[in-house]
Design a protein around this ligand. Structure first.
Ligand code: PDB
Ligand code: ZN
Length: 505
């Protein structure tokens, strides 16, 4: 889009414009200063007391993190800073926590009578209650804990969008739709079009309405509209409906959907798949990437099964999330105004439906080795006319796109890891509070970000990306090299953390 070039920011100083109490302010800080310093800077600007909670909204009314990674802007696209809640007291203490705390005091009084001292276990429990109270103070959407509204976590539904106080979810969606439709007639510059085909594309620079236009460009540039008589309006309705069915959660949101689809789009061009697979197979892969996490609740399959949620019940514990994502996708396609497949033959429709079901179900990471081993067996004798071979390759392509964040530049990839850990920690907090088994790599008290990520890269990403690169050697520089650099980056971070810990008195 003209004039929509990404807003970069010099690495040395960051200039942030924002409105506070109706006044335009300008903050300046070094891009490498700590999150605490940045938060203190904005606290001072808002003249906030220590117990005040600050919230920053961007132009589209979405809450953004107050951190050194805050995207630099200009006065005409300023943020809005608000003091949104005076203190924890103004937010009801969740009843479970209240009960737990008073039970604890009773226990302590009783035990002190008997033993004339507070045993270790009571101190431990008191610390846990204190840390949950602290966490409630910082958690952005208090609904996350699932404690402030009875029963909602049973369905493990995501909390409502962190909407700017003045826009409801519906109004926000309408705003995005209007912006999308107005921009969709604009010509995207050749430079953006080319950039869109590379793994270096930076999703953080683009708003959701702009991403919808870029998704439309992907379908257009792969000639899907002419090949399948897709009406532009049906495609716009379809893309907008997909956008509406992703939840506002830290990782499995519409931005993730965009990243996975954009990576798939880039891989299709880089591997020249347009001349090796049919247009139907390409449509299956791109649309599977687009729909692969639809209506993700922010709690994984293990949670669904252990908590016996509606999804686990409905899908008999068999990839409940992936079955749900696929069912939601075809629920959207069933709407006449969104049905991009309406002008296809029954034969083509059946091929596409079958292909999408296989590809979306293949994103269940519990099946990772099953699928990778099949591909490893085929790769040395891979045959692009063999139906079985093509099916496994399509699953591999969707899987690679799905977990490919570390193939992107570090400043694009690292925030994604923070988002994913935030979603994992929300889940493990809820599991602890509900007495469900807690997955170790999701436990905020056990996870070390660098060492978890180095093992993930070493044992999951590199074997997968290496196998695909054997079939498409050009991917070495585009995705394998960046992942090796990421391994270096997190290994150094891991060593530094270990040295730091070692040095501590
Ligand atoms: C996976 C499964 C479900 C959801 F766990 C997300 F701390 C992912 F080590 N996923 N997608 C990308 C990832 C990444 N998991 C990890 N790193 C990624 O870059 C592991 C990491 C969060 C750990 Cl695999
Ligand atoms: Zn995903």
């Amino acid at each position: 889009m003209e004039g929509q070039t990404p807003r970069g920011s010099g690495m040395s100083m960051k200039i942030i414009y924002f409105m506070i109490n109706g006044k335009l302010e300008r903050a300046e800080f070094r891009a490498d200063c700590s999150a605490t310093e940045v938060k203190e800077l904005f606290r001072a600007a808002a003249e906030a007391e220590p117990h005040h909670i600050l919230k920053m909204y961007n132009m589209s009314g979405t809450v953004v993190n107050i951190s050194p990674r805050l995207e630099a802007n200009s006065a005409d696209s300023c943020y809005r800073l608000e003091v949104v809640a005076s203190d924890l007291q103004s937010v009801a203490m969740p009843p479970e926590l209240e009960k737990m705390e008073c039970r604890l005091h009773q226990l302590e009084r009783k035990v002190i009578e008997d033993m004339a001292k507070t045993p270790e276990i009571i101190c431990e429990l008191k610390n846990q209650v204190e840390s949950f109270k602290k966490k409630l103070e910082n958690v952005e959407h208090l609904g996350w804990m699932g404690l402030l509204r009875e029963g909602n976590h049973r369905h493990s539904k995501a909390p409502p969008k962190a909407r700017a106080s003045h826009l409801s979810v519906q109004e926000e969606r309408l705003r995005v739709r209007m912006k999308f439709l107005n921009m969709s007639s604009l010509q995207v510059t050749e430079e953006v079009r080319e950039h869109l085909k590379t793994p270096t594309f930076d999703n953080w620079q683009w708003e959701e309405a702009e991403m919808l236009v870029l998704l439309q460009v992907m379908y257009t540039d792969l000639d899907f509209l002419t090949a399948f008589q897709i009406e532009p309006e049906a495609l716009q309705n379809f893309l907008f409906e997909v956008y509406c069915h992703y939840n506002n959660i830290p990782f499995h949101n519409f931005q993730h959907c965009f990243c996975v689809t954009q990576m798939m789009y880039g891989l299709i061009w880089l591997t020249d798949l347009r001349n090796k697979l049919s247009r139907v197979d390409l449509l299956i892969m791109l649309t599977s990437a687009l729909c692969h996490d639809l209506d993700h609740p922010g709690y994984n399959n293990v949670y669904q099964i252990n908590a016996q949620t509606d999804l686990a019940l409905r899908y008999n514990d068999i990839s409940p999330l992936e079955n749900h994502h696929c069912a939601v996708a075809f629920g959207i396609l069933a709407k006449p105004e969104c049905n991009i497949l309406k002008n296809l033959s029954n034969e083509q429709y059946k091929l596409i439906r079958g292909g999408m079901i296989k590809c979306i179900l293949a994103t269940d990471m519990s099946r990772h080795n099953e699928i990778l081993n099949k591909f490893k067996a085929m790769q040395p004798v891979f045959n692009f006319t063999n139906k079985e071979h093509k099916e496994v390759l399509m699953k591999i392509m969707v899987k690679v796109s799905d977990i490919s964040n570390e193939a992107r530049p570090m400043e694009v990839a690292e925030p994604w890891l923070d988002c994913l850990l935030q979603e994992f920690f929300n889940q493990s907090d809820t599991e602890k509070l509900k007495g469900l088994p807690v997955t170790p790599f999701m436990d905020r008290d056990k996870v070390s970000k660098p060492s978890s990520q180095t093992s993930f890269i070493r044992f999951v990403l590199l074997p997968l990306f290496t196998e695909l690169t054997k079939l498409f050697p050009c991917l070495e520089q585009h995705i394998l090299e960046p992942v090796r650099r990421a391994l270096e980056y997190y290994s150094d971070m891991e060593k530094a953390t270990k040295e730091e810990e070692g040095a501590k008195p």
